[in-house]
Design a protein around this ligand. Structure first.
Ligand code: SAH
Length: 354
């Protein structure tokens, strides 16, 4: 048993089974044993690889899309350039490098990072030095200025609850103990008003997921953008109107049992983009667009060809593989989706036109 498994078992003995959301929250962010608080999980030596860790081209495309939105909105002379869940800080570093060529952008930007892990904050500081970033605990803490913000693989780390449809209502999927081992179980059935809108498209046995923590984040950011201007670019895996169990654990790049090693595997769930879009008020929400399509529209292939001209041998091969991985429908190109929020009346973000 991992130390966190023992801690969770004591909690369950004392107070009963816990929701999947409580389980995810402790596994990811427990201050002493949580996954993001105890390690640097990214890259080939870690558990998973994110788009900015695959190639600098991802951050370049994202940076130029945000910079175009900044130009389209009249080049505000002071604005917040922010990232939610910046991991190692690689994406923000690539955004800052790519946008140096956009006159006035870097000088006007104040970099803010919303990060829960003290451990990863230190890694981000090292990656971004000498740039002085400001760290925030939540999107609510971002200052009152135009806000241009990216969230790549942030929302998938937010805890979800799972409910199974039952002839008598909904039963919540929980984590309890069976023979001293963590195990999944179901609560007693009950009607749940917040899931009434799912009665039309589900049948007995179907699982639906809700992600309560995503809502206040989207609300804070969209009300910020409605008031002060700006744009948010959300990139993640998932789809529109999610259905089914998407809880997954990854360890050393392999799928793992989510209950086997709490605190030592990454735990995520697919993002329901419809729920994000519905929570954004008084702003324009872009069409949900596949990552491959978005990056192609922004010119990633021309950029890949330009970079390829300077490479040879194995570095050229891995560069070609990285381009494919980011864009190909059988790799990240279709599973990952992009959604943007902009002020009503502002031009759409490049690559996300209706
Ligand atoms: N965007 C990065 C890393 C994604 S991993 C990349 O593309 O490489 C998820 C990131 O979100 C990590 O930095 C993690 O510590 C952070 N995170 C997870 N839950 C969070 C929360 N509730 N509040 C703030 N940051 C969180």
């Amino acid at each position: 048993m991992t130390p966190l498994a023992r801690q969770l078992a004591r909690r369950i003995v004392a107070a009963g089974p816990i929701s999947i959301a409580d389980y995810m929250a402790e596994c990811l962010l427990d201050a002493e044993h949580g996954y993001y608080c105890t390690r640097d999980p990214f890259g080939t030596a870690g558990d998973f690889v994110t788009a900015p860790e695959i190639s600098q081209m991802f951050g370049e495309m994202v940076g130029l899309a945000l910079a175009q939105a900044w130009v389209d909105q009249g080049r505000p002379t002071r604005f917040t350039l922010a990232e939610l869940g910046p991991g190692r800080g690689t994406l923000m570093a690539d955004i800052l490098r790519a946008t140096r060529a956009v006159p006035g952008f870097t000088k006007a930007a104040r970099v803010h990072l919303v990060e829960a892990s003290a451990n990863l904050r230190r890694v981000q500081q090292q990656t971004l030095a000498p740039v002085k970033a400001i760290w925030c605990d939540s999107a609510d803490d971002l200052p009152g200025a135009p806000l241009f913000v990216v969230a790549n693989e942030f929302f998938d780390a937010l805890p979800v609850r799972q409910f199974t449809r039952d002839p008598h209502g909904w039963r919540e999927r929980q984590v309890g103990l069976l023979d001293d081992r963590l195990s999944f179980g179901l609560s007693a059935p009950a009607p749940i008003a917040a899931l009434d809108h799912r009665l039309g498209d589900t049948r007995a046995g179907d699982i639906v997921e809700t992600c309560a923590p995503a809502r206040p984040v989207i609300q804070a950011i969209s009300s910020h953008i409605a008031t002060h201007g700006g744009a948010v670019l959300i990139v993640d895996y998932g789809g529109w109107h999610s259905l089914g169990d998407t809880l997954q654990a990854l360890r050393a790049h392999q799928p793992a049992d989510p209950l086997a090693t709490p605190g030592e595997a990454d735990l995520t769930a697919h993002v329901d983009f419809e729920a994000l879009a519905k929570a954004a008020k008084d702003v324009t929400v872009s069409p949900m667009t596949r990552q491959g399509v978005f990056l192609e529209r922004l010119g990633i292939t021309a950029r890949a060809q330009a970079l390829a001209g300077r490479l040879s041998g194995t570095t050229l091969e891995s560069h070609i593989a990285a381009h494919r991985r980011l864009t190909h429908p059988q790799e990240m190109g279709s599973l990952f989706k992009v959604l943007a929020v902009t002020p009503v009346g502002s031009p759409p973000l490049p690559g996300l036109d209706p």
